[in-house]
Design a protein around this ligand. Structure first.
Ligand SMILES: [Zn+2]
Length: 235
């Protein structure tokens, strides 16, 4: 299997992979943003480059869908997990992951930034974020509710990628597990925002008056939070 990495203006790095037995050009974008063109071994590399260029709009759309986040040694995941990569010389049949309450250990003979290792590290990080959200934010929501004399039916922790949380008409609050990565004042804003929806199920004046009564800086924080996205954001 021969391959070549080229830099295409407007797209970035593209990996051209020649495969024996392959009969046509095939374009893919991996979850961690690697652009690959699979091509028959008899096709010249320039044909692969031209193919990628002709699909630039599609590639850009895919890259925006999966913004490239490269996890690296020592990253803090959430509030408590430190990410560590352990390199070994001996090839392992698969990438090993081990989790403790304070660490995520990835053991592999492969390069840390390879797609395979990054996918494993991201999957383990997501599990850590979910665990932290259940352990830290679910009790925090309960204590804020008690403090402000508010009630909700249930709380769920999910992988929400377009919002930080939601509150249904039956007062079930759902929290995105990416929320645990935000600074505490922003987390409290989201928790109080959802708790306010148990009284006002809209974003009208009544809602904001009540939320600002609980948290005077609510409007300022609602703007600040726009700088973050519900996705893995290592610190
Ligand atoms: Zn809302």
């Amino acid at each position: 299997m021969a391959q070549r990495v080229v830099l295409i203006p407007g797209i970035g790095e593209v990996t051209l992979v020649k495969r024996r037995g392959s009969s046509h050009l095939r374009l893919s974008v991996t979850a961690n943003g690697q652009v690959r063109v699979g091509m028959p071994s008899w096709t010249p590399y320039v044909a692969g480059i031209a193919f990628a260029k002709s699909r630039q709009d599609w590639i850009t759309a895919q890259l925006n869908k999966h913004p490239q986040i490269v996890l690296s040694e020592g990253n803090l995941i959430g509030k408590a997990h430190r990410l560590h990569f352990n390199g070994v010389k001996q090839p392992l049949p698969k990438v090993k992951t081990k989790m403790s309450p304070t660490s995520i250990e990835i053991t592999t003979h492969l390069a840390y930034d390879s797609a395979m290792v990054q996918e494993k590290a991201q999957a383990a990080s997501e599990r850590a974020l979910k665990t932290e959200t259940v352990n830290l934010l679910v009790p925090r929501l309960a204590s804020l509710a008690t403090q402000h004399n508010l009630t909700y039916k249930d709380v769920k922790v999910r992988k929400l990628t377009s919002r930080w949380g939601s509150c249904s008409s039956d007062k079930t609050i759902t929290l995105s597990y990416y929320l645990i990565q935000l600074p505490w004042p922003l987390i409290d804003y989201v928790l109080l925002h959802e708790l306010t929806h148990t009284v006002h199920l809209h974003h009208g004046a009544d809602f904001w008056n009540e939320l600002e009564r609980l948290l005077p800086s609510a409007k300022k924080i609602s703007k600040e939070i726009k700088h973050h996205k519900p996705r893995i954001e290592p610190a």
